[in-house]
Design a protein around this ligand. Structure first.
Ligand SMILES: Cc1cc2nc3c(=O)[nH]c(=O)nc-3n(C[C@H](O)[C@H](O)[C@H](O)COP(=O)(O)OP(=O)(O)OC[C@H]3O[C@@H](n4cnc5c(N)ncnc54)[C@H](O)[C@@H]3O)c2cc1C
Length: 389
């Protein structure tokens, strides 16, 4: 492998670039944005991703910038009663050998960027299409320039231009939008005493909070059903007033979080069926480009990081040709990613059950399902040790 071009310097693209570089493969990453700011809000990183990030060299960086929550709790929207609890903290680390962490996306992004030599990422380069030939692929950019490589990896996210050459995008509006904000921790100090990931589940909507940025900020996300809002972008602005109105009557803890919001983004959640094929002969997809999913298992970035490690290993630890290595990568990833995708879709219903007869049944199921030992299939997976040959 001597010539890899990655499209998209998000979490998938940077992890892939770092893994390939550490295996001795030169890479370049084409990114549409001119500068990286503090894009995105919080990301939950489960042991299936943190063990990989530790191996890449980010153990200290994560310790300094992330928060290690003691548990995930699902609570009722009105009285704050705990429905289900997944023990994290030391119990999780003991069981899976790696921590569950919550980070600001910008902190993780900057840490990954720091693993690459200057010049690896080529900004202000929007790829519009990729064409393949027998020996490689050509990238076409918006400004009319091109680049060629023996392998192109599309890590260009949910609206992937690289995916367009492999499959048609068929998003369906889910009927839900999500508001996301970062609240200064000083406005909700009670949430920092014993840091946790908390989900409040109510009829037709739910809210999530957890501290990030070494406990300086609290990441807050709240779904709101909507008939007409359709913008699927992290940078679309929402209104704190609309958010407050949608959560009128919810528990005071949720209201305090909303009162602490200065600015909020609003993102329309679209559902997509699994993408039928991720790879051609010299082109493949990683992360959201390969498996866009609803964010209701908090695993999109975790799965992107796993993809990157497995793809890098298929390319560098086997003697397969590039087309064969891409097929192996897809084979190894497919079942697991489809399972997470299905769970995310299922949670769109589970999280929003109304207060009628089905709620008790839902609560009992969640209480049993969410125990730490039930998460072994998800958190115990080690992409760096998985047999790939
Ligand atoms: C509300 C919400 C909450 C979430 N919470 C979590 C969570 O807690 N845990 C978790 O694991 N996941 C979570 N996710 C999902 C997670 O954010 C994504 O799965 C993850 O960011 C995907 O990474 P990526 O690198 O594939 O895509 P992105 O991070 O979107 O990166 C794509 C990159 O490609 C660039 N790009 C796009 N198009 C082009 C182009 N044509 N040419 C060049 N560059 C291009 C973009 O500018 C960007 O830099 C959440 C998502 C949402 C919406």
């Amino acid at each position: 492998m001597d010539d890899v071009a990655i499209v998209g310097a998000g979490l998938a693209g940077l992890t892939l670039a770092a893994a390939l570089r550490q295996a001795g493969v030169p890479v370049r990453v084409w990114e549409q944005t001119r500068t990286f700011g503090t894009v995105g809000a919080g990301i939950q990183l489960a042991p299936n991703a943190t063990r990989l990030l530790h191996r890449l060299g980010l153990r200290d960086r994560l310790r300094d910038t992330a928060v290690r929550p003691s548990a995930i709790e699902m609570r009722r929207w009105d009285d704050d009663a705990v429905i289900a609890r997944t023990e994290l903290g030391t119990a999780c680390e003991r069981q899976f050998g790696a921590p569950y962490l919550t980070v600001h996306r910008a902190d993780l992004h900057e840490a990954l960027l720091g693993l690459l030599p200057p010049g690896t990422v080529r900004p202000a380069s929007r790829c519009v299409s990729v064409t393949e030939n027998d020996h490689g692929a050509t990238l076409h950019f918006e400004d009319g320039t091109t680049d060629t490589a023996t392998l192109v990896a599309g890590a260009d996210g949910i609206h992937s231009a690289v995916r367009e050459g492999l499959a048609t995008d068929r998003p369906r509006f889910s009927g839900q939008t999500i508001h996301r904000a970062l609240v200064p921790a000083g406005r909700v100090p009670e949430l920092l005493v014993d840091p946790k990931v908390v989900l409040w589940l109510g009829p037709d909507q739910h809210a999530v909070s957890y501290p990030v940025a070494d406990g300086r900020l609290v990441s807050f996300g709240a779904t709101v059903p909507a008939a007409t809002w359709r913008t699927e972008s992290w940078t679309a602005a929402g209104s704190p007033g609309d958010l407050a109105a949608a959560y009128d009557g919810w528990h005071p803890q949720v209201r305090r979080l909303i009162d602490g919001v200065d600015t909020v983004s609003r993102w329309a959640l679209h559902d997509r069926d699994p993408v039928p094929h991720w790879s051609g002969r010299h082109v493949t997809l990683v992360g959201d480009a390969a498996h866009p999913m609803l964010p209701f298992v908090a695993q999109g970035a975790n799965q992107a990081i796993e993809d990157a490690i497995i793809l890098a290993r298929c390319l560098t630890e086997t003697d397969l040709s590039i087309p064969e290595a891409l097929q192996r990568y897809e084979q190894l990833r497919r079942e697991r990613v489809d399972r997470v995708h299905g769970l995310s879709r299922g949670n769109a219903t589970t999280f929003h059950v109304d207060d009628g007869a089905g709620r008790r049944e839902r609560d009992d199921t969640l209480a049993a399902e969410r125990r730490l030992q039930e998460q072994a299939w998800l958190y115990g997976y080690d992409a760096a040790e998985l047999p790939i040959r």
